[in-house]
Design a protein around this ligand. Structure first.
Ligand code: IPM
Ligand code: MG
Length: 353
């Protein structure tokens, strides 16, 4: 199999610390398996923006698409940039500009101790959320009228296209079929968003007929939020819109032990895709060696799996699972180790594997 070329964008805050460890895990697993991964770092983020005024360089997207197999990103967000313009330009710029329409967020509990729910075992929390990633409320269309006056009007448009809705719903079913899962649930708010989410209803009904072996069901997103914390074992594959997916994947991260544990991929099948932990840059935790590196390391594993390095991905997952069960973790998930020490425990196992 060919060498991998990965573009690494650590970004801001704890992104820098956790991506350093994710890169260490990639190097370790490549070494152990006699393969080669080339990591090329880009300093895009708040520091570069404040120094140069540039968020995402003009030729950045073309360069990523032409020269790399995937992108590994830490987090964007810095209090010195109050509106976080650079975060929108860089992260959302890549999602939209590279047309990464699938936001794939696996939800897997590694140890019962990590779950805030009573009597919940790893087998009870094991599902995938596919979040639409290129439209919906994220298109930033809308405006203000009479801004700053008592008569101000403000709008943001929930933009849904048949093509956009159809491709994410189809991806959910295709993933279920390819991985032997039996259930796909679509979640919307079609009882109120009677135009945009009626489109989701109609497209879901049409697409599900192509997958007769899979049980298709629906929940309104408010009920889904309840059911996720009441009985998560009922879920296998969830497909939803951009904004609802943003919200329910934070709830889902909570089921796994918190944002520090959650991985994600922003994917366009067959094209260069972007992998990032679900957590943000968390400025108060930055620079203190306390951030949980597992979300970023699990994200690096997900990236390898996406690129066909299945054995290496499985090796990282096994090492992460062992470290979590041994309690060799950071404080947010009940351990007493620092970022570097938790990651070192994972890398020890990767070298031994
Ligand atoms: C996420 C984040 C982003 C989003 C922010 C940082 C723009 O919350 O990836 O879930 O809303 O998509
Ligand atoms: Mg989010």
């Amino acid at each position: 199999m060919k060498d991998l070329r990965i573009a690494v964008v650590p970004g801001d805050g704890i992104g820098v610390e956790v991506i350093r460890e994710a890169c260490g895990a990639l190097d370790a697993v490549a070494l152990a398996s006699g393969k080669k991964i080339t990591l090329t770092h880009f300093d895009w983020g708040a520091d570069a923006y404040l120094k140069t005024g540039v968020t995402l360089p003009a030729d950045g997207l073309r360069m990523l698409a032409e020269s790399f197999d995937a992108i590994l990103l830490g987090a964007m967000g810095d209090p010195r940039v109050p509106d976080n313009k650079h975060a929108a330009d860089i992260l959302l710029g890549m999602r939209f500009g590279l047309d990464l329409y699938v936001n794939h967020r696996p939800v897997k509990l590694l140890d019962a101790r990590l779950c805030p729910l009573r009597n919940t075992e790893p087998k009870d929390v094991d599902f995938v959320v596919f979040r639409e990633n290129t439209e919906g409320l994220y298109v930033m269309m809308g405006g203000n009228f009479k801004k700053g006056t008592p008569d101000e009007v403000a709008t943001d448009i929930d933009l849904n296209t048949r093509k956009g809705v159809e491709r994410i719903i189809r991806h959910g079913f295709e993933f279920a079929r390819a991985t032997g899962r039996k259930k796909v649930l679509m979640s919307d708010k079609s009882n109120v968003l009677i135009h945009a989410h009626d489109l989701w209803q109609r497209v879901f009904k049409a697409v599900k007929t192509e997958f007769p072996e899979i049980t298709a069901s629906h929940m309104y997103v408010d009920n889904l939020s309840l059911q996720l914390v009441r009985d998560p074992k009922q879920f296998e594959v969830i497909v939803t819109s951009n904004m609802f997916g943003d919200i329910v994947t934070d709830i889902a991260a909570g089921l796994q032990g918190g944002l520090g544990m959650a991985a994600s991929g922003n994917i366009h099948p067959g094209k260069v895709s972007l992998f990032e932990p679900v957590h943000g840059s968390s400025p108060p935790l930055a620079g203190k060696n306390i951030a949980n590196p597992i979300g970023a390391i699990a994200t690096a594993s997900m990236m390898l799996g996406h690129l066909g390095w299945n054995a290496e991905s499985a090796r990282i997952d096994a090492a992460v699972g062992e470290v979590v069960r041994a309690g060799q973790t950071t404080v947010d998930v009940g351990g007493s180790l620092g970022t570097r020490e938790c990651a070192a425990a994972i890398m020890e196992r990767l070298k031994a594997a």
